[in-house]
Design a protein around this ligand. Structure first.
Ligand code: PHB
Length: 574
């Protein structure tokens, strides 16, 4: 469940858009299930009627957010545009991911960036190593704060209300079932989170010594926003006994419930909170080095790697301070006006209020991180009253937060809409359903290939057979000379003026193939897609007139998905 809070759920506001709440619930259940569920499983998981599930999934399919794959409803890469909107508006991945990746390369260990999400942490970047002995989390995964190193750092800034939220959540969910990304909490696990938080406040770093599972260790340092660091909240994390459960002020009173040895006075470079801009010097995210007990102990990780991690974080903080504010650009207009035509076409099967509501999230971006109601209405083309109800619904669901100056921002929880399962994808997996659709349409086999590192050969990475007895039979992994194949020519730029390659019986007698490149966001060809057939079945001209248009549409669809998926995650090409 994506609502791990033990607190009673807030009442649904009268103006909330019910179909949007239901659509979000369907996306949450699909995400928790790893990306696919049958309609009947969705019925059980949401408690919604089958007819409602069918209309919601038809609407999500029309948006390109799910595929209906045989019996299953499957999350589709396009859905990542919602999480992308949050990550772009947050700006931290764009500003800091390069340094996280460089540190991972230098240390040969995984490095992650996480933000606070209520009393949990959520990953916004992962620079992972491929190792047999390593569990790594995905972008968007939510973990309980107390079972992580970043959590102890975020908790140094918690108010008493946040400590209370954590206590209530743990009481209501003793096994951490609300956090599907982690193994269940062992029944007798000691809760020393307040001590670890106090230590994190003193040391400005934290370790995770197998809090999540045996073997997994981590070392974390907070990345602070520009401005002087606020004085640590006195006693935060060390609030015990008589202080626990009091109103927010109690936890903030200087000296109240302070741990022995905790700072009494602000250190150099710190200023009392009252005298600085709101939010100055606060933790914006936490950088972690993640390793395994087969390579380090937690203490060893700290003694050997802490200086390097601190250096990287200092550089990240300099980058944040130097980053120019987002340059406002001409906002989009009418993002949601497409829904009317779909409603006309699909009628009852299309839930227009769900499609309009989800489109609102895509109005946010790097240059539009915070929007007023009027700006949301303009960007989407929705009537102001509709946009208002959508925002009320999202606030209720915790996906949008209303800030000062009446601007709305997306919350980290937007990543719970499909991002974790979709973020571990590859180009062949993205391409597969598109190749299958093409092969079924043209009754010929379709493939995807990449160039091998030498550049002399191509390697097949995905394939959809036409189902003919006499279809061209090449399996994934097969290598062929690049120069002799249409795929190789499409990859090396040996294209016709019209941007395709057609090879006739060069490789093998009787074989004919037409191919086009698949490009990354910068226009560089990273793969090629083809249709291959026995020469007797179609002339060269027929290949161009009958197959090429469909092949181009397929390549464009693969590219569109790839560009969405690769905006904030590394998408493997093989
Ligand atoms: C991570 O996978 O990036 C990770 C895991 C546990 C932590 C910190 C980071 O405590």
């Amino acid at each position: 469940m994506e609502e791990p809070s033990g607190a009673a759920p807030a009442a649904v506001p009268a103006e909330a858009v019910t179909p949007l709440i239901r659509g979000v619930a369907v996306l949450h259940r699909l995400t928790e299930a790893g990306g696919a569920l049958s309609p009947s499983a969705l019925e059980r998981a949401t408690g919604l009627a089958r007819s409602t599930i069918d209309r919601i999934t038809a609407t999500l399919a029309r948006m390109g957010y799910v595929r209906l794959d045989g019996r299953d409803v499957v999350l589709a890469p396009r859905l990542m545009e919602l999480g992308n909107a949050y990550l772009a508006a947050l700006r931290l991945p764009a500003l800091l991911a390069g340094r996280a990746d460089a540190l991972a390369d230098a240390l040969d260990e995984s490095v992650s960036l996480a933000v606070a999400d209520r009393d949990g942490i959520r990953f916004i970047h992962q620079a992972t190593r491929r190792r047999a002995m390593s569990l790594s989390f995905r972008i968007g995964d939510l973990l309980p704060a107390e079972r992580t190193a970043p959590g102890a750092l975020f908790a140094t800034e918690w108010t008493e209300a946040e400590w209370r939220r954590r206590r209530e959540r743990r009481a209501a969910d003793p096994e951490d079932r609300g956090f599907p990304a982690v193994p269940p909490r062992p029944p007798l696990a000691p809760d020393d989170f307040e001590e670890r938080t106090a230590r994190a406040a003193r040391e400005n770093c934290a370790t995770d010594d197998q809090l999540i599972e045996p073997g997994l260790i981590a070392l974390s340092v907070p990345v602070r926003g520009p401005g002087a660091r606020p004085a640590p909240r006195a006693g935060a994390g060390a609030v015990r006994g008589p202080e626990a459960g009091r109103e927010p002020e109690a936890g903030r009173k200087p000296g109240a419930g302070q741990e022995p040895g905790a700072r009494q006075e602000p250190e150099a470079g710190q200023v009392p909170e009252a005298r600085q801009a709101p939010g100055a010097g606060r933790i914006v995210c936490v950088a972690s080095v993640v390793s395994h007990t087969s390579r380090h102990t937690a203490e060893h990780l700290r003694t050997t790697l802490l200086p390097r991690l601190r250096e990287t974080v200092a550089a990240m903080e300099r980058d944040l301070a130097a980053a120019p504010p987002p340059a406002p650009s001409e906002p989009p207009a009418g993002l949601a006006t497409w829904t009317a035509a779909s409603k006309q076409e699909l009628g009852r099967e299309f839930v227009e209020s769900l499609a309009r509501g989800l489109t609102v999230l895509t109005a946010f971006d790097a240059d539009r991180p915070a929007l007023t109601l009027a700006e949301v209405a303009k960007a989407t083309g929705l009537p102001r009253a509709t946009a208002r109800r959508v925002l009320i619904t999202y606030e209720h669901l915790g996906l949008v937060a209303a800030g000062p100056d009446r601007r709305f921002t997306l919350t980290p929880r937007v990543l719970s809409l499909g991002f974790p399962p979709l973020s571990r994808t590859s180009l062949p997996r993205i391409a597969q359903p598109h190749l299958e659709y093409l092969a079924a349409r043209v009754h010929e086999s379709a493939s995807l290939a990449v160039l091998t590192p030498s550049g002399d050969e191509i390697q097949y990475t995905a394939r959809a057979a036409a189902g003919r007895i006499m279809s061209v039979d090449l399996t994934v992994g097969t290598r062929l000379p690049a120069h002799a194949t249409a795929l190789g020519r499409a990859l090396t730029g040996a294209l016709t003026e019209d941007g395709y390659a057609l090879v006739d019986e060069e490789l093998e007698e009787g074989l004919r193939a037409v191919a086009v490149p698949v490009r990354d966001r910068s226009g560089r060809p990273v793969a090629a897609a083809n249709v291959a057939l026995h020469a007797a079945r179609r002339t060269r001209e027929e290949c161009v007139t009958e197959l090429l248009p469909a092949l181009r549409r397929t390549a464009a669809a693969i590219e569109a998905d790839y560009h969405v998926a690769a905006r904030f995650t590394r998408v493997a090409l093989v």
